[in-house]
Write a protein that binds this ligand. Structure first.
Ligand code: AMP
Ligand code: MG
Ligand code: MG
Length: 336
């Protein structure tokens, strides 16, 4: 069950693959290829309940503010009377995030139907999901070309039957090239220097993480996919760090994964937005320290559960390009 594809064109998928996907979703795998493709597409067909003909962006998508103005926020939520700007000032008033700009997103495959049906949770194609969000060394005003080294590696294991967190792997990591954090980085991530000083190297940490994977037989005994916020974690931070540590990219980081930011935007037919803004859509606020990896992942699991409750199927919607995303090879070189 590892070859989940971004199925923009089901004609490119073999009959066997379609049957396997239908079976794993509890759907009838019988019939001709066209019928199978239609059945799968129907299962995941976007609802686009917020689609509109006015005030959309160039792609026809609403921004979150428009969406929130129209979306019914549950009455029992204490923020129900707050505007979007109040609950999430970051989307409307912050300067563009230099790391999370769309600059490097152009290689991503378009995705068509990983979206919600009206209400009830649906069976998922994977038994487990791993919510994942790394933090890395950084400096104020640093761009994507910055020499990032991973300093925090949190992973929350989610049971796809109920979207509950069943276990946590969390480690800080000591960078090998620039182990001294900038003041900006300490403030951004909330990670003190003393924590980094006492942490394992990336390869040592990876060894522990693989034991965690092994404990649950993830990716072999139990089917599994990563969930990230954006393409950067698996595509870029892991690539840079593996180059720095001079180790091959682990095989589980070569598999397609679920980008929740993209999934959210396609589900609700809105622009891609950050964790705070996604939470604000549900009338929720970020809990913890923004840019603490473990807090980011915990808040991502809240969004994932809401999406699941809205009937979303967590099908991988992102993958590495054929060349392993070496779009920016300079960025992995040591600074002068
Ligand atoms: P995030 O997952 O959004 O917390 O960000 C992951 C990593 O991206 C951070 O640990 C930083 O290395 C980098 N980063 C995020 N936001 C910024 C920013 N505003 N300025 C510089 N680096 C950033
Ligand atoms: Mg992140
Ligand atoms: Mg983070």
């Amino acid at each position: 069950m590892t070859s989940w594809q971004t199925i923009r064109n089901t004609n490119k998928i073999s009959v066997e693959a379609l049957r396997a996907q239908l079976s794993s979703l509890g759907l009838d795998p019988r019939g001709r290829k066209r019928v199978l493709a239609e059945r799968l597409r129907h299962y995941m067909n976007p609802v686009n309940e917020f689609s509109t003909t006015t005030n959309n962006n160039a792609n026809g998508n609403k921004n979150l503010t428009q969406l929130l103005n129209e979306k019914h926020i549950p009455k029992d939520n204490k923020n129900s009377n707050e505007t979007f700007a109040q609950t999430s000032p970051s989307l409307s008033s912050s300067p563009p995030d230099p790391i999370h700009s769309d600059r490097e997103v152009e290689n991503e495959k378009p995705v068509e139907f990983f979206t919600s049906s009206k209400s009830n949770p649906k069976p998922q194609p994977f038994e487990h999901y791993l919510c994942f969000d790394v933090e890395a060394t950084c400096e104020e005003g640093g761009t994507f070309d910055y020499f990032h080294e991973i300093i925090e590696f949190p992973v929350l294991l989610i049971d796809s039957k109920n979207f509950e967190v069943v276990d946590v792997f969390h480690s800080y990591v000591k960078p090998s090239v620039n182990p001294t954090l900038t003041e900006f980085c300490k403030k951004l991530t909330g990670i003190p220097q003393s924590t980094i000083d006492a942490s394992p190297s990336f390869p040592e940490m990876l060894n522990d993480f693989q034991q965690f994977l092994h404990r649950y037989q993830l990716f072999y005994g139990s089917s599994c996919a990563f969930i990230t916020d954006g393409p950067w974690d698996i595509r870029d931070f892991i690539r840079k760090q593996c180059n720095i540590s001079q180790i091959p990219r682990p095989s589980y980081f070569t598999l397609p994964w679920v980008d929740i930011r993209k999934l959210f935007a396609e589900t609700y037919n809105c622009e891609r937005c950050n964790i705070e803004a996604m939470l604000a859509y549900y009338g929720l606020q970020f809990e913890g320290h923004l840019h603490s990896g473990i807090d980011d992942t915990r808040n991502m699991t809240v969004i994932a559960k809401r999406l699941w409750q809205d009937g979303v199927v967590f099908m991988p919607n992102s993958e590495l390009s054929k060349n392993g995303h070496k779009k920016n090879p300079k960025s992995a070189k040591r600074p002068k």
